[in-house]
Design a protein around this ligand. Structure first.
Ligand code: FES
Length: 185
């Protein structure tokens, strides 16, 4: 029989040989995919190793008031800043209700640790890394961070004040494991 020549089925209708081959191949792929799902699902359960990698411990003992550092957590930059009293005062002076993304400094820091502002260093517009954590970098007109990509300005609490970014810089999950060590994640 030639390739493509009709094959008579029970209903008497012709089914081309090539169609048979395609149907057989598809069924086999279906079985293969079913078998493959089990190990894939098992891979989704994070191992202890992976869970450990999802947190980062940072020593903050050397960060003086007015300074900040950039850490890395899950491949993303994290800004850790030790705010000056004047920066805390500037953040607290703002009418929260007037903000695009209304949050107080207290909402964004831990109780009794308002000087430690910990945020992702990722602009909430399109994901650039804003300036301002490095010594001497442009901190924008609100004194926090400035994203030069499209001109978003964040204040001393990392809240969006001007430009296209819709949200404040994200505060990740974190905790103080000691007075000088922060665990992010
Ligand atoms: S990515 Fe920051 S302003 Fe556009």
């Amino acid at each position: 029989m030639m390739p493509g020549e009709p094959v008579a089925d029970a209903s008497g209708q012709g089914v081309r040989r090539r169609d048979f081959i395609n149907i057989a191949a598809t069924s086999f792929a279906g079985v293969g995919a079913g078998v493959a799902i089990v190990p894939l699902l098992m891979q989704f359960a994070p191992s202890a190793d992976v869970q450990a990698l999802s947190t980062t411990e940072v020593d903050i003992s050397k960060i003086q008031p007015g300074q900040g550092i950039k850490a890395v957590w899950r491949k993303q930059p994290v800004f850790i800043r030790n705010l000056l009293p004047a920066e805390i005062a500037a953040a607290n002076k703002v009418d929260v209700g007037s903000l695009r993304d209304p949050q107080s400094l207290a909402d964004r820091t831990k109780p009794g640790k308002a000087n430690w502002l910990i945020t992702l260093g990722v602009c909430t517009h399109l994901g650039c890394v804003p300036l301002g954590i490095g010594e001497g970098e442009n901190r924008g007109e609100y004194g926090g961070y400035f994203c030069p990509c499209h001109g978003s300005a964040y204040d001393t609490a990392g809240r969006i004040r001007k430009g296209p970014a819709p949200k404040n810089l994200v505060v990740p999950e974190y905790s103080f494991t000691s007075p000088t060590v922060v665990q992010i994640g």
